[in-house]
Design a protein. Sequence first.
Length: 257
Amino acid sequence: MSEDEVKYFIESALLASDKPLNLNKIEDLFEENMRPERAMIRKCIEQLQDEYQPRNIELIEVASGFRIQITPEASKRLDKLWEWRSPRYSRALFETLVLIAYKQPITRGEIEEVRGVSVSSNIIKSLMEREWIYISGQRDVPGRPEMFGTTRIFLDYFGLKKIEDLPLLTDLSDWEAIKDKLDLPEVIKQENKNEREINPLLEKNDSLIVETNEVIKDEDLESARIISETKFDDIVGNSENDILHDVSEQTNKLKDE
């Protein structure tokens, strides 16, 4: 295969793949008798990177390998193409994620000490479900708390090859600087936790009042009282027909009175 053929084959593979491809995977895609040297594969990747420079696409290397993507600037302008909406996360979640990324391995208690508030179990669960963090071990202190670290999937998502590629931050408490440097998506505004959420069904109690013109008879009230006062043991010990017979009998007595 000529160098151009190798280059275009690699480009096609990267465009067709739904995940990054490392050099070993790219090599395996070639037939054995036509497999190029790894040096040529690297050279072709560099040529593609140069060719994409003036365009709105780029070939980058992340933790799992190489991938072709549109540039972040173009992505923001092409949002209308995607009908689905990207998931939105709270500021508390991203603050927790940033602390894990920059201070790993770190325990939940250490995160809470820095943030000054407790870390919700839902936040840890969400980060674990997205496979952005994992349990890297246990701190050798009383209680042996779990320590958290970031995963390869986290690096891929944020376009990083290794954890050292994270932008330098002078102050982890400067949220705006963190948001800008990591190009984090918009976060959900924190709601006032002091405000109690009102069930919409209970918001207007008047709507729950059922108007009826039917007159409730004394016999009906007495039947309801007898049923409500029936003990569970009596229900278990008697058959359904026996219970209904007893209720009917006592209701008839009330009518005679």
